[in-house]
Design a protein around this ligand. Structure first.
Ligand SMILES: NC(=O)c1ccc[n+]([C@@H]2O[C@H](COP(=O)([O-])OP(=O)(O)OC[C@H]3O[C@@H](n4cnc5c(N)ncnc54)[C@H](OP(=O)(O)O)[C@@H]3O)[C@@H](O)[C@H]2O)c1
Length: 92
């Protein structure tokens, strides 16, 4: 998410296998994307002010949601995690 005018700009981004899956069958996959795609993800993050994921994604992947692996000296985006049942606090 980033904001340039009066409305926020929202970018939806996900990785997907050729057969349309978002995670592997074992549910243990942290990444299903390749090195180039992940670098692109960090470029995308670098132009956004906040990154949003769901609670399960955060708990499974322990994602940092930071900009890494590219040249970047701007402020890190804010992390926003949707967690209506407080699952993260219970898991800590
Ligand atoms: N391939 C990719 O790019 C990619 C990206 C992200 C995630 N994933 C994978 O996808 C899997 C799970 O992701 P997920 O997005 O299904 O689960 P999630 O990370 O738990 O995100 C869904 C969140 O939205 C909340 N929610 C759902 N319906 C809602 C509603 N009607 N009102 C308010 N809140 C609502 C859920 O609440 P509750 O906590 O109450 O359930 C949950 O916290 C993981 O295996 C993850 O690794 C893949």
């Amino acid at each position: 998410m980033y904001r340039t005018g009066s409305l926020p700009q929202v970018t939806l981004k996900w990785a997907q296998t050729l057969d349309g899956q978002l995670a592997d069958d074992s549910d243990q996959s942290q990444w299903i994307s390749g090195v180039e795609e992940r670098r692109y993800t960090h470029r995308l993050r670098s132009i956004h002010q906040a990154i949003l994921v769901g609670a399960q994604t955060f708990l499974k992947d322990l994602c940092q949601l930071t900009v890494r692996d590219i040249e970047f000296d701007g402020p890190q985006p804010a992390r926003i995690i949707i967690d209506p049942r407080g699952r993260i606090l219970k898991a800590l």
